[in-house]
Design a protein around this ligand. Sequence first.
Ligand code: SIN
Length: 345
Amino acid sequence: MNTSTSSTSAAASASGALPRIAVLATGGTIAGSAADVTNTSGYQAGVVGVERLLEAVPALSGVAQIRPEQIAGVDSKDMALALWTTLAQRINVLLASDDIDGVVITHGTDTLEETAYLLHLTVKGTKPVVLTAAMRPASALSADGPLNLLNAVTVAASAAAHGQGVLVAFNNRIHSARDVVKTSTYAVDAFQSPEIGALGWVQDGRVEFQRKVVRAHTVATEFVIGANWPNVEIVTSYAGASRLGVDALVAAGVRGIVVAGTGNGSIHASIQQALADAATQGVAVVRSSRVGSGHVMRNGAAADDVLGFVSAGSLNPYKARVLLMLALAAGATGAVALQTIFDKY
Ligand code: SIN
């Protein structure tokens, strides 16, 4: 076990000043508002500005010097590729600046795991980058956003968070962007890292990491954020499935398809034949699982070597899509090259 604990960044404690943390707001339930304090499902996401989010947490002034920026105000179900580009490029500028010690991003919970993994692979720096969110809107009784925001800033301000890749601070736990997934539609402990658990925890100003991320990220990837996103879509396998969806995607000219297979990435025979046909036409096909935890064994439930498929390993279909888009954008072609990338990240 690798345990490291800290409360403030090394640079800040050397100078005696509080760390300078940029807080980039993108919307979500953390910035949501409803007419009634008991309404936690029928609210409008992304309408409360970053200044008001910060005002709700006076204790932040004892943790960091906050540099707020309103990047967007979206419900994250509507997260767009262009906004990903804007966000990642802005973070890279901030990480390169001598005036910033870390970055926090407030985000909706619905696609947080996708944005977090995208940033994990494309931001370039070792300073902390921490996403947070909330399950209850800012207007709710017992809103979880304020404490999540305080904890995210506390993690971003800590020396222990340096070089850990992009992190998610949620409900007192610190997760790696690679592993974390949303697992509940309503509970305040909605984020988990299935199989392997959180990296650590944050509570009352104390940050403790109990393990490190092993797979390559941030400065150790070949991925560069750009504006050209290859078209990659996701299909699901299920009882009675047909090949209609895959054939429509291939006819539309997609570059890649991720299949959310059953179990160990097994695929209904109709879809599997359609995907094999797609692969022979040069479409990248990645086999993932709809199960929600575990991994997909290469050449296990499907003959990847024969069919020209790639195994997503332990990435869920949504994160596998992120990696496939980045890999194709970086010029990777063919199942062998893509499998090497999936095995690395
Ligand atoms: C969103 O993802 O923007 C809405 C839902 C949430 O943040 O919990």
